[in-house]
Design a binder for this molecule. Sequence first.
Ligand SMILES: Nc1ncnc2c1ncn2[C@@H]1O[C@H](COP(=O)(O)OP(=O)(O)OP(=O)(O)O)[C@@H](O)[C@H]1O
Length: 236
Amino acid sequence: MNSVVTLRDVKLNIDGAIILKDISIDIASGEFVYLLGPTGSGKSSLLKLLYADQQPSEGVIKVNGYQVDTIVSKDVPFLRRSLGVVFQDFELLTDRSVEDNLEFVLKATGWKSIQKINQKIDETLEKVHLSKIIRQKMPHQLSGGEQQRVAIARALLNNPKVLIADEPTGNLDPKVSRSILQLFKEINNEGTCVIMATHQHSFLRLNPERSIVFEKGGIKDISKKQVQQKLDLNQS
Ligand SMILES: Nc1ncnc2c1ncn2[C@@H]1O[C@H](COP(=O)(O)OP(=O)(O)OP(=O)(O)O)[C@@H](O)[C@H]1O
């Protein structure tokens, strides 16, 4: 398997509490994986381990060829450049236009040519189905769904192999949530691995995919085929 994410016997303890215990997972290039489980079960903590926002107490973590459990701080920006991360609350820079939000990331990651920057911004907005008109708008002038599309565009700017989404539809109504799920599906169909923590179990019916269920620090790994079989059983 061509893994983009590998965890081996990963443990995470915070202030004496066991958050994750003995987690081993392999995620292949181009896979779509849900992280499911109750509030506080460790989904966000696991995602933070992947983009080196949290260090494991024990175990090995490899992401896009980076050994994240021993990564040195100078390599963290390169790891993060190989990933896209999307959050529940969008985390756009509220005092800057859409264009400036996107340009900021491109410039910070070494893009110099204004022409190429402009072209990349247009191209990426098109990918997330936003019109060019939106470039000059401020985040507060956009709906929640539009803001999340801009956040997804920002995450896609450097063509990441892996897109991490932590409860990306948590602040959106059901209809908009479904359209955002559809967008993640399209991005995945283009070959990007998507790892999404969500509480929306209805997504499984709309887009059945492998599901890693978190419970009491451990996980249950349910393959896409098993997810489909379970859905078929519930229908019959
Ligand atoms: N920095 C921290 N300090 C102390 N405890 C923490 C910290 N980060 C996470 N925790 C604890 O770790 C546990 C797992 O939290 P986490 O946010 O990973 O869960 P989650 O499954 O993502 O929950 P939710 O679905 O509500 O987002 C919780 O009990 C939380 O309180």
